[in-house]
Design a protein around this ligand. Structure first.
Ligand SMILES: [Fe+2]
Length: 307
């Protein structure tokens, strides 16, 4: 049997919602992203690395995810991934082709079992490297709420080659596609929605400075700073003007495939939930905002005549 094709990495995410592009100044003036490109109803925000965009804002009727954006190393791997997902019976939105959007390159899209659109792109537009103190450099991970955690976990493993890095009790599973402890995590929930998107800053000193920048501008963390058990990454969560949860993080655990064994992290041992014991458990308000707003996904929205 041929070896399983694995997704290369997480590039970022395109968010969707009414009035979303009006929140652009928040991300530019406070969060530390820069506008890379703007066109009808869509803003592309870049970090300090070469990725064309980390986070996109696109106008739409319903708050949620327009697409989660992944990389593949080259066209051969892209074609192999397409053959694999087709053979596995995934809902594929066309054959690999050139993208006609601003980020360009070559790839294809599929829907996951919750009707989330996933876009795979290689040969994307690359920007100049702009190392800048305490600014987000890349998207670390995207956390998804799902009513079928086991089924969706199995799908990401079988169809896309993700591996389980750890569990948080029976409520959450962390999935990796490369050495990063998790690029995607799933949370058991009542309906599909986005839980949060995490942005990586290069060092812990810059992580604290980024929190300080937000605080100076009147925006304190809704949860954190603290340090997670699974993934070992420091966290500080904020709520965006449109109600999305975003996170600063750094120092995410790197996985040695030869050594790593997934473990179940308990939720009733405070120091395993927050190693520093600075953040404590999330408040009910934090839990509520992380539940997100129900996102019917891609095809339902199209059927209703809007994205
Ligand atoms: Fe996170």
């Amino acid at each position: 049997m041929a070896e399983q094709v694995r997704v290369g990495g997480l590039r970022g995410i395109m968010m969707r919602g009414p009035g979303l592009t009006q929140t652009l100044p928040f991300y530019e003036d406070m969060w530390g992203l820069s506008l890379a490109h703007r066109e009808d109803g869509t803003a592309y925000l870049r970090g300090t690395g070469t990725e064309a965009f980390l986070y996109g804002l696109t106008e739409g009727l319903v708050f949620g995810i327009d697409y989660v954006h992944f990389s593949m190393p080259d066209r051969a791997e892209m074609d192999a991934l397409h053959a694999q997902v087709t053979a596995k019976g995934a809902c594929v939105l066309g054959a690999p082709a050139e993208f006609d959007d601003w980020a360009g390159g070559y790839g294809f899209e599929i829907l996951d079992p919750d009707n989330r659109r996933l876009r795979f792109r290689t040969e994307a537009r690359e920007l100049d490297d702009r190392s800048d103190w305490a600014m987000p450099r890349k998207v670390s991970h995207v956390v998804l709420n799902t009513p079928d955690m086991e089924g969706v976990q199995e799908w990401y493993a079988d169809v896309l080659g993700f591996r389980v890095s750890d569990y948080s009790a029976d409520q959450m599973v962390f999935l990796r596609c490369n050495s990063n402890h998790h690029s995607i995590a799933l949370v058991r929930a009542h309906y599909p929605s986005v839980n949060h998107v995490a942005f990586e800053v290069p060092t812990i000193n810059e992580f604290m400075r980024a929190i300080g920048r937000m605080k100076q501008k009147g925006h304190v963390p809704s949860w954190g700073p603290g340090r997670h058990g699974p993934g070992d990454n420091p966290f500080a969560y904020f709520v965006s003007p449109s109600g999305f949860v975003i996170e600063f993080t750094t120092e995410l655990q790197q996985i040695d495939e030869a050594q790593h064994e997934a473990q179940v992290w308990p939720r009733d041992v405070p120091e395993k939930m927050d190693q520093w014991m600075t953040a404590g458990p999330p408040t009910p308000a934090q839990r509520a905002v992380m539940q997100g707003r129900p996102d019917p996904g891609w095809p339902e929205l199209r059927a209703e005549g809007g994205k």
